[in-house]
Design a protein around this ligand. Structure first.
Ligand code: E4P
Length: 217
């Protein structure tokens, strides 16, 4: 399973990259706004900065919701860097745009996916990635990981090439369960990635080893 980081924060992207386990980045308009980025030039520069840190897919989301606007914006985003993946919402014009991008060799990430039916449509249109939001599903009393399992099963049965990108990750356990469910990619906040490191027995064991090692030096 590939690890993407779900942030527009350059320090956090660098930190995950320096761990040597980072395969890509996802952003969305809320994450970009959180970094205080304002105006089209600043947005373009920020995506360029991210692409200079990580050599892997970087999802950049369109704001437009009509076919024409999505295509226009997506083409500009794709020109920033060869690693840009155009992130498109799961709406009718979005599906139409994903098909157009796919026919024109521009990679896409279909976002805001909450059902297996939506995931089938994204794959039919030729999306490179589909992003089911498992944390938001859990928040509304449904089972996010069960949706990942269902989409993985459908894509395997049907031979769809679209990669299942588990998004809206809230905890390290979400990452483990998505790996178990067969997700191709998990996009996570830095806290969930570093949370995977933690186990009290590791801390206790290391403290003992370091104590015992004092006589060995
Ligand atoms: C990533 O592609 C999504 O935009 C993101 O994971 C959404 O996460 P949230 O539900 O924590 O906002």
């Amino acid at each position: 399973m590939k690890f993407f980081i779900d942030t527009a924060n350059l320090d956090q992207i660098r930190e995950a990259h320096e761990m040597g386990i980072l395969d890509g980045v996802t952003t969305n308009p809320s994450l970009m706004a959180k970094e205080g980025i304002k105006g089209p030039n600043a947005v373009m520069k920020h995506y360029r900065d991210i692409c200079e840190i990580v050599d892997g897919p970087v999802s950049a989301e369109v704001i437009g919701t009509s076919f024409k606007d999505i295509i226009e914006e997506g083409k500009k985003l794709a020109e920033i860097h060869e690693n840009i993946v155009v992130k498109v919402p799961m709406i009718k014009d979005g599906i139409k745009a994903i098909k157009w991008f796919s026919d024109n060799d521009i990679p896409t990430n279909c976002t805001l996916v909450f059902s297996a039916g939506q995931a089938i449509l994204a794959a039919k249109a030729g999306a490179s990635f589909v992003s089911p939001f498992i944390g938001r599903i859990d928040d509304s009393n449904w089972d996010g990981v069960a949706l990942i399992e269902q989409i993985v099963r459908i894509y395997n049965t049907q031979g769809f090439a679209t990669e299942v990108l588990a998004a809206s990750i809230r905890t390290p356990l979400h990452i483990v369960r998505c790996a178990e469910a067969g997700a191709d990619v998990c996009t996570c906040p830095l806290s969930s990635i570093t949370g995977l490191l933690k186990h009290p027995l590791t801390d206790l064991g290391l403290a003992q080893f370091l104590k015992d090692a004092t006589g060995l030096q």
